[in-house]
Design a protein around this ligand. Structure first.
Ligand code: SF4
Ligand code: SF4
Length: 306
């Protein structure tokens, strides 16, 4: 693979592994978590997004497609993304820039030139580079040569993985990756079936990572009344006790999408309750009750040692 399909490169990240990091977000994911916070990452192709708030009703897009899949309602375009998800020609038609293409093909050299801008920061902070997504593993044939070049600069490399690896690619990454961020999505299979449509057993990945002696940070999205049951905290306690290569667990309360993510996509997402202070305190108490070591939430260390 000579080019990678990327949806973002973010510099100066401080929550994707140690120190100051550049995170490269790859497009394409085999899962469909209903609470996905990067919905633009899911499709594995360059994809159209539509922002109706910018529309002034000029009808140019409507005329362009002869009204197929676009209707004008209250002087705004309503776009059927099932039809126009890959109709990238709409971008140049709209004078208000309502349409955007998500995803860009980039070469290894293009990505490295961005990453190396912050070499001094990585060295001073103990940071490096994180490959995230989507599911970065899906583009491993592109990441592998990229990672080899980054290792020539002695950079610390982290791979963010969803836990879903039907291709069995994880062991191929062990020579190059220093740290793994592994999602834990739920404890109950009914939650998996309803909100992810795929059941995952995190111990499969953890066994492989343990045998390769690789440190892991667990990342746990918490969604009120959806996956925050006592089974989830019991499972975290069990995993942290069983795998001493888990160096930390990050609880990630569900929060609203950023303003610049309020666009329409083919796979539109569900919206959930944002937990208030008292619910977050309950979650912290669940952690303290079970004495789960090195758990953080919103940069606060909840419980350090067992
Ligand atoms: S071309 Fe753009 S501004 Fe004009 S109707 Fe279509 S979406 Fe709205
Ligand atoms: S695994 Fe991550 S990127 Fe994929 S759908 Fe779930 S939350 Fe989104």
């Amino acid at each position: 693979m000579t080019k990678g399909l990327i949806f973002d490169i973010q510099r100066f990240c401080v929550n994707d592994g140690p120190g100051i990091r550049t995170t490269v977000f790859f497009k394409g994911c085999g899962l469909r978590c209903a609470w996905c916070h990067n919905p633009e990452s899911i499709a594995s192709y360059r994809q159209l997004s539509y922002d109706p708030t910018r529309c002034d009703g000029c009808r140019k897009c409507f005329d362009h497609v002869d009204g197929v899949g676009i209707s004008m309602v209250d002087e705004k375009a309503e776009v059927d993304m099932n039809i126009h998800d890959q109709n990238l020609s709409l971008v140049s038609v709209c004078p208000q820039r309502c349409f955007t293409i998500l995803g860009e093909e980039k070469s290894i050299d293009e990505i490295i030139s961005v990453i190396l801008k912050d070499l001094d920061y990585y060295q001073e902070s103990g940071g490096g580079v994180t490959f995230s997504g989507g599911e970065a593993l899906n583009q491993w044939s592109f990441i592998e040569p990229l990672a080899k070049k980054l290792k020539e600069h002695n950079l610390h490399l982290t791979l963010d993985i969803s836990g879903y690896d039907p291709g069995g690619l994880l062991p191929k990454t062990f020579d190059l990756m220093d740290l793994y961020l592994l999602d834990i999505k739920a404890a109950k299979s009914e939650v998996y079936q309803k909100y992810i449509r795929q059941t995952l057993d995190p111990t499969v990945m953890l066994e492989l990572l343990k045998s390769a002696n690789k440190p892991v940070i667990l990342r746990v999205p918490l969604i009120e009344d959806i996956n925050d049951d006592s089974d989830l905290f019991d499972m975290l306690a069990k995993l942290v006790n069983a795998y001493d290569n888990i160096i930390e667990t990050n609880l990630l309360p569900y929060h609203k999408l950023r303003k610049n993510q309020q666009f329409k996509l083919l796979n539109d997402r569900e919206f959930f309750t944002v937990a208030d202070h008292s619910r977050k305190e309950q979650w912290k108490n669940e952690v303290r009750l079970r004495q789960i070591r090195n758990v953080t939430m919103e940069n606060e260390l909840i419980f350090k040692k067992r």
